[in-house]
Design a protein. Structure first.
Length: 138
């Protein structure tokens, strides 16, 4: 009998961030903070990224990115992991094709993959100056 593995079994401890591409980082940040009541988490700020916690929901956040395309289809659900090398290797062992790990700025590392329908997904490892995966939304 085949045993189901959980995501934690596959990639380890993780937090979950949905990345939204925006045209104006500060204007968009105002909308998410004032309009939607999300909580800005400055621990993750970079020149091209602002992250918001969902009140009352730990390990889940929304990140605004000014570094990609804008609008529908610019969303990349992202698993924030503590060890991107181990997470990537585990996915590869499960026959998931994953891009090489890339540094995307200020010590943040990412690797990208797709589901069976071509929807983009990503792994992200924060630098030591930012919180660990389990501290997302904390």
């Amino acid at each position: 009998m085949e045993q189901n593995m959980s995501l934690k079994d596959v990639i380890g401890e993780y937090g979950f961030v949905v990345k939204l591409d925006v045209s104006n980082l500060l204007d968009s940040a105002g909308f998410y903070e004032k309009g939607l009541g999300l909580v800005h988490d400055p621990r993750f700020d970079t020149d091209t990224w602002i992250q918001f916690n969902l009140p009352g929901i730990n390990q889940v956040a929304i990140g605004l990115s000014a570094s990609g395309g804008v609008g529908a289809g610019g969303t990349t659900p992202t698993f924030v992991v503590n060890d991107i090398n181990a997470a990537r290797e585990s996915l590869l062992q499960n026959d998931v094709q994953v891009s090489p790990i890339q540094e995307v700025g200020l010590g943040v590392q990412m690797a990208f993959f797709q589901d069976a329908d071509g929807n983009p997904l990503a792994l992200r490892q924060n630098p030591s100056s930012q919180p660990r995966a389990t501290e997302i939304g904390a």
